[in-house]
Design a protein around this ligand. Structure first.
Ligand code: KG4
Ligand code: ZN
Length: 351
């Protein structure tokens, strides 16, 4: 079965062709990073316009790269929630037009659930019984959440951030330090060179049993360490850190120790609190799953516990349509096709 996937929830216009739920025949992504760079974050109106301009060339390119004809497509899958509404509408409209004109089924896919499917792509050997039940962690620019997963299409959220997402914290720390946007990759790289004990940034535990996350205190701690604590007259110029290269590396390393430390602590807590059949694997997904420290620590935890670890290859960490098409096939198989009245929604199924 050939599923054509479309993704446009944030700042990537993407289309992909996936065969039988795993074999990625094409995976085309038009990134808008350059357009949003000067604003230090995604500007929704600019994103929607860029999606409208890019969607048709991206769709064409995905079909050409896969070496298929339109008539070979068996179904259309589209990321329809959560995300920026104007951005989602472009992808959903294109998906409906394709499904209607090709007379094939349409299926809506939750973007967050799709991130947890990304590590299963390109692997013909995985089977549901070997992977599930699984503990899933989604870490991205807009989301940080833990899931108890019983299949690619069935999961229950057991923890989420009460304020910022971890990727957002990476991006804001980079902005505080005057580093490039998006901040994740550069903070990751600089952090590898720095001393992670240089600053004692807080790891948010919330209550002793909570599986929720909080990153706003960590972000503020970095801000105060760099700029000093603001007083009545604003920032005291004398209290500001001298941001030479090694000072920046040290802030990045110390921030990463706390950010990744918080994620690892909640993963371990979730495993301790797990009831019923023990999880067989740890599944990671979302843009921050590209982080070198997080990847290494999750792999080490899996090793220590004798659990399978599923981490996406780098190209499937970021937003992409292959994960949408792959999961779309599973939704279709379980009878979850949608009609042309499918709605885009800013809220996800697990919001
Ligand atoms: O999943 P994604 O592409 O978009 C959303 O759905 O939000 O994630 C983007 C986020 C950004 O915040 C970016 O800074 C972060 O992923 N990111 C990273 C790394 N690469 C991307 N964060 C930490 N370390 C990285 N290597
Ligand atoms: Zn995402």
């Amino acid at each position: 079965m050939i599923v054509f996937g479309i993704e446009s929830s944030c700042d990537e216009t993407a289309a992909a062709v996936v065969e039988d739920g795993w074999r990625v025949r094409s995976n085309v992504i038009a990134s808008q990073v350059a357009l949003h760079e000067e604003y230090g974050g995604v500007v929704p109106e600019i994103a929607s316009r860029a999606h409208a301009e890019c969607i048709l060339p991206v769709v064409r390119c995905a079909i050409d790269e896969a070496g298929i004809a339109l008539g070979d497509i068996d179904a259309i899958a589209v990321g329809h929630r959560p995300g920026l509404i104007g951005a989602l509408l472009v992808g959903v409209s294109a998906a409906k037009a394709l499904a209607w004109s090709l007379e094939v089924p349409l299926v809506g896919v939750d973007h967050i659930e799709a991130h947890l499917y990304a590590p299963l792509l390109d692997d013909v050997t995985w089977c549901s019984d070997a992977v599930y039940p699984a503990l899933g962690l989604v870490v991205s620019g807009g989301h940080t959440a833990l899931f108890r997963c019983t299949s690619p299409t069935a999961m229950e959220r057991i923890g989420t951030t009460i304020d910022d997402a971890v990727g957002e914290a990476y991006d804001k720390v980079a902005a505080i330090l005057g580093l490039a946007y998006p901040g994740g990759p550069v903070v990751d790289e600089r952090g590898r060179r720095g001393n992670e004990r240089a600053h004692d940034f807080p790891i948010s535990r919330l209550s002793p049993v909570s599986l929720d996350f909080s990153f706003s205190g960590l972000k503020t701690a970095v801000l105060y360490a760099v700029k000093g604590v603001p007083g009545r007259g604003g920032w005291d110029a004398n209290a500001q850190m001298e941001l030479n290269e090694s000072a920046i590396d040290d802030v990045c390393a110390s921030f990463q120790r706390a950010a990744v430390g918080a994620l690892m602590m909640k993963l371990k807590r979730a495993l301790e609190q797990w009831e019923s059949e023990a999880p067989k694997s740890l599944i990671l997904g979302g843009g921050v799953s590209a982080n070198s420290k997080l990847r290494a620590e999750v792999a080490a935890l899996g090793n220590e516990l004798g659990m399978q670890v599923r981490i996406p290859t780098m190209m499937y960490c970021m937003d992409n349509a292959a994960m949408i098409a792959g999961l779309g096939q599973h939704r279709l198989k379980s009878g979850k096709a949608d009609g042309l009245d499918l709605c885009a929604s800013p809220r996800g199924v697990h919001a």
